[in-house]
Ligand binder design. Structure first.
Ligand code: GLP
Length: 234
């Protein structure tokens, strides 16, 4: 793991952007996360694309997760988030965007997403956030290193923090995330500091799914000072 600590959210984002752009030309399959943390990164990518500096024309994307039952027009869906924060302002082709479909019967959605990921994956360049409880995507504590795409039950803490409209989600599994060639995990704010400590220094275990990233060959962790406050002497 390469740990990069910056003063604040903007510095952390710009450091992640720099590494993202370094890998971007050689990466076809991009993995995107939702949540507040990557918002500025997506703004920066949108601006670069509008300025003609980068293009997503030949890129394929996979998003990590989606709430069960929610469609792209639902403002609470992750698809809506991605459409409004990134996909709507870059030149990615609609046919190349892959997402768990929240509107399908759960089994069908899991099967379809797994099939697409199996055919087009692994992910070349994966963006990740981290939950306060150490989850990545919706791999909540208890998720094993070999878990694959499935429906998960969200913990009440996650439902509360995310203001999640439902308690179930379809998520990429740990095994598929760990197959990504390069992973950029971003963390901001004090409330991520405990999870980040366990992720970087703890013994890898399902109680902090993000800690499994310790075994990944090319993971970068970008943190602002608040998120890294337990790691400053690293
Ligand atoms: C959700 C998403 C995760 C994300 C996490 C953190 O649970 N499924 O992919 O990393 O939220 O969100 P935030 O960046 O808003 O703290």
């Amino acid at each position: 793991m390469k740990l990069i600590i910056k003063e604040d959210y903007e510095g952390m984002t710009d450091a992640a952007l720099e590494v993202f752009l370094e890998y971007f030309p050689e990466s076809t399959v991009l993995g995107f996360a939702t949540g507040n943390t990557p918002v500025l990164l997506y703004e920066r990518l949108s601006a670069l694309c509008r300025a003609g500096k980068i293009s997503f024309r030949d890129k394929i994307s996979f998003n990590l997760d989606e709430y069960c039952g929610l469609g792209p027009k639902d403002r609470h869906s992750y698809r809506y988030y991605m459409d409004s924060r990134l996909f709507g302002s870059i030149d990615i082709q609609a046919k190349n965007i892959h997402f768990p479909d929240g509107t399908l019967p759960e089994k069908d959605s899991v099967a379809m997403y797994s099939r697409e990921l199996g055919l087009l994956g692994p992910i070349d360049l994966q963006i990740l956030g981290i939950g306060k409880n150490g989850h990545i995507a919706f791999n909540e504590p208890g998720s094993g290193i070999d878990s694959v795409t499935r429906v998960t039950e969200l913990q009440s803490e996650t439902v509360e923090r995310n203001k999640a409209p439902v308690q179930r989600a379809i998520t990429m599994g740990m095994k598929e995330i760990l197959s990504a060639r390069t992973i950029l995990l971003m963390a901001s704010g004090k409330d991520k500091s405990e999870a980040l400590l366990r992720t970087v220094r703890g013994t890898p275990s399902p109680s902090t799914p993000a800690s499994f990233l310790q075994s990944h060959k090319n993971t970068y962790i970008f943190a602002d000072k608040d998120a890294a406050r337990n790691l400053q002497d690293t």
